[in-house]
Design a protein around this ligand. Structure first.
Ligand code: A2P
Length: 274
């Protein structure tokens, strides 16, 4: 687990969780049930994924208590603003069937005053004992700094695109300086599968007797990232959770560090206005 700042308190979050980006609503319940059975205790969804109800059904069917499963969802761009964010939170909670542990502003868009107002709403939800941790996603240092300047605290966590071809060294350094946890989306490099076919990763995988996906996830964990791999395949769901019984040595880590290309698979936060 990692320990997230939450006002005067702190909240533990599993370092390895399960993401449901692009999982269709009608498949989500089964996929999340497979993840919970494999041992995941952190689930990451978003209002924009259109599958919160499927996540809710899987959680209800699991027999696990709210305290046993760390749940993340996200505020969509069109719901930004103070009142809008409060209302969107209620809608997500209704669909999920429970309160949320971590609520992220999905993108720093459409306008900078809006994300500050949205974050103020998230702080209010925390103050009211609803939400446990307010956080953000796809924020740059400039966005994070603005939240701190206006509201007197940095978000405890920022979920961003991060994988061996896009390592975000500068952003991670900024996070470190301000006690912000780094959470990786598209941790395996996204759907194209290029990262998983990289010869350097393949070589390390062979050496440690693991799959390329396991090597990449292990790299994230050793860097200190929170990581939420997505898979719709039960065998891969289980494989991706099995990454604690081995480790990468300094040479492996250095080899992966050398793979950074600085290229995104997703949108640039400063340009995205979806
Ligand atoms: P699938 O759902 O068919 O398993 P990212 O999390 O970086 O966005 O990458 C997710 C992509 O990687 C998905 O297309 C997913 O496909 C695939 N994937 C997930 N786990 C593995 C794995 N262990 N081996 C190979 N591909 C994987």
């Amino acid at each position: 687990t990692v320990s997230l700042r939450a006002g005067a308190a702190s909240v533990d979050m599993p370092q390895l969780g399960f993401g449901v980006f692009q999982v269709p609503q009608d498949e989500t319940e089964a996929v999340v049930r497979a993840a919970l059975e494999a041992g995941y205790r952190s689930i990451d969804t978003a209002a924009a994924y259109g599958n919160e109800e499927g996540v809710g059904r899987a959680l209800a069917a699991s027999g696990l208590t709210q305290q046993e499963v760390f749940l993340t969802t996200k505020l969509w761009n069109s719901d930004q603003g103070y009142d809008e964010a409060l209302q969107a939170y209620e809608t997500s909670v209704r669909k999920l069937g429970r309160e949320v542990d971590l609520y992220l502003i999905h993108w720093p868009t459409p306008a900078k005053d809006r994300y500050v107002d949205s974050f103020r709403a998230l702080l209010k939800l925390r103050e009211d004992g609803r939400l446990r941790v307010p956080g953000v996603s796809n924020f740059t240092p400039e966005h994070l700094q603005r939240v701190n300047d206006e509201l007197g605290e940095f978000p405890a966590i920022n979920q961003v695109e991060l994988h061996p071809y896009f390592q975000q060294a500068q952003l991670r350094e900024f996070h470190r300086a301000h006690d912000i946890h780094t959470e990786a989306w598209s941790p395996l490099g996204g759907q194209g599968g290029e990262v998983l076919q990289d010869p350097v990763i393949a070589q390390i995988a062979e050496k440690v007797g693991r799959t390329p996906a396991q090597v990449v996830l292990r790299w994230h964990l050793q860097l200190g990232n929170v990581v939420i791999p997505k898979s719709a395949t039960p065998e891969r769901i289980a494989q991706n959770f099995d990454v604690t019984a081995f480790s990468l040595d300094d040479e492996d880590l250095a080899a992966i560090a050398g793979l950074d290309r600085g290229t995104r698979v997703g949108p640039d936060p400063d340009e995205f206005n979806g």
